[in-house]
Design a protein. Structure first.
Length: 221
């Protein structure tokens, strides 16, 4: 599967600024049809009071998991919010080499975590971004080539979007209505137009939608 016929947009590829290939910042989020992102993988991801974790995992067949494995492998570095960082460090970060393509990618690439409270990270090759976050991420994005990936980290993703720091959004929409839990976008917030640049469907009904932010939306009179 690849690009969907009839979907318009620029092809995916390197990000250029003034002719120079620079680091592309992408976000990847598994969301339900009603926009929930909390507890997608299992009950251990749940915060207090949320009882419906693990809603995405049964929908990931081999083809969908291969896509996820390859996505992580394509990263040159990772950026996390504090909560997702701690979750990933305690799960993927303790796996032995060769255990999983995702773990191998996470454990061998540079990791950056936005936090004002983390001072001594135990996960190897971690840099804490505790100062001016916009400036720090701007410096990362100015590096030549590559892809800086954000997984999970809902609060950080919203902040990155509000500050025009996201180049592409990967939404993996799962065919389930969870009915409770933290959503990717709040009830109120900034508006944004999106250009669809890729779309595909997986056998169990998950759809991948890849968007590029495109400024303010146009509203009908």
């Amino acid at each position: 599967m690849g690009f969907v016929a009839g979907v318009r947009g620029s092809p995916r590829g390197a990000l250029r600024r003034r002719g120079i290939v620079i680091m592309k910042l992408t976000t990847t989020t598994q969301v339900s049809v009603d926009g929930v992102m909390e507890g997608n993988g299992g009950q251990q991801q749940n915060r207090s009071g949320f009882e419906r974790g693990g809603w995405a995992r049964p929908l990931f067949n081999r083809e969908a998991m291969t896509y996820i494995d390859q996505l992580y492998q394509s990263a040159d570095a990772f950026l996390f919010g504090r909560w997702t960082y701690d979750l990933f460090a305690g799960y993927w970060g303790v796996m032995a080499p060769g255990s999983s393509p995702i773990a191998d990618a996470l454990n061998t690439r540079p990791k950056y975590v936005a936090s004002t409270t983390l001072t001594d990270p135990n996960w190897a090759d971690t840099t804490v971004l505790s100062g001016d976050l916009a400036e720090s991420i701007g410096e990362l994005k100015a590096k030549p080539g590559g892809e800086l990936q954000v997984h999970g980290s809902g609060r950080l993703i919203r902040w990155l979007l509000e500050n025009d720091l996201v180049d592409e959004m990967n939404l993996l929409v799962c065919p389930v209505v969870v009915g409770q839990g933290t959503r990717l976008f709040p009830d109120t917030g900034p508006d944004m137009a999106l250009d669809l640049i890729e779309s595909r469907a997986f056998p169990k009904g998950i759809t991948l939608q890849v968007y590029r932010p495109a400024g303010r939306p146009q509203y009908a009179d």
